[in-house]
Write a protein that binds this ligand. Structure first.
Ligand code: BTN
Length: 256
């Protein structure tokens, strides 16, 4: 992939480390950050042998079928603000997929990208921080682009852009579109310091609003997702009418 020939970004992906095979691009970026690499450095792999998913799960990455990449960010924000980056990355991927494929990609809060209810993209954000200072953030993005078959178990919940579109999608063009879109959104966010300018776009694609959800926290509960706050949190109404604000760093949700 000669990514740089197509890339029109200013910072993201200007330096790329490409791996035919590695354990996890998130691990590579952590190492590169510790070696002093700066914001925008990208690690891309054809295949990962230990792809990491959220909540300690593994992420299946077959050779050459998807986009498996991680981006180094050094945002000027406090640790509690960083979950917002995950929402912004989800928005960027959703919009890039729509633009490049014409498919109706949706967001499942906070940042899974689904097509017709099945997952095509997962995002794993990892943070290196002190009490009140972020050292760096690793934004790991996995997109099932041209995957043709999934295991029996995954088939129920996962899909690829090729399976949905019925034709192969250029990984290079999509990768560049994701980086471009995310760079625009990220620096606009950094300038304005608020999720509010992105809220209506995010809500337009988010499938949770108005639907029942199960919230997994210390005390799991069910309810209806009634809205998303300007801080990117989910407002869930319980059966007794009580409204609870759900923060993406703390819980996971399942659609009912
Ligand atoms: C999820 O569980 O939804 C998150 C999956 C994130 C997968 C990507 S693939 C590139 C990067 N490297 C990893 O090890 N994980 C992320």
């Amino acid at each position: 992939m000669e990514i740089q020939e197509v890339l029109t970004t200013k910072v993201f992906g200007k330096e790329i480390f490409f791996y035919e095979q590695t354990d996890s691009t998130n691990i590579r970026i952590k190492e590169l950050a510790k070696q002093g690499k700066k914001e925008g450095v990208l690690a891309v792999a054809e295949m990962q042998t230990a792809g990491k998913g959220r909540r300690g799960k593994t992420w299946q990455t077959l050779r050459g079928t998807g986009i498996w990449m991680s981006l180094l960010l050094c945002p000027n924000m406090t640790p509690p603000e960083t979950p917002l980056l995950t929402l912004l990355a989800g928005l960027a991927v959703c919009e890039a997929i729509r633009e490049q494929t014409g498919l109706s990609a949706d967001i499942k809060w906070p940042n899974d990208i689904l097509i017709r209810g099945k997952k095509v993209c997962g995002i794993l954000t990892e943070l290196d921080a002190e009490m009140d200072k972020v050292n760096f953030v690793v934004m790991g993005i996995g997109i099932n682009v041209n995957t043709e078959c999934f295991s029996e178990e995954l088939k129920q919940v996962a899909t690829s852009l090729k399976l949905e579109k019925g034709e192969s999608i250029s990984r290079k063009k999509l990768l560049c579109a994701v980086l471009k879109q995310f760079e625009t959104i990220y620096y606009q966010y950094e300038k304005e310091g608020s999720f509010l300018p992105f809220l209506s776009r995010y809500k337009k694609y988010c499938i949770n609003v108005g639907r029942p959800v199960q919230v997994f926290s210390k005390n799991p509960f069910q309810g209806i997702c009634v809205d998303i706050t300007p801080e990117g949190e989910l407002i869930v109404e319980k059966e007794n009418g009580e409204r609870v604000t759900v923060f993406s760093g703390e819980v996971s949700i399942r659609n009912l």
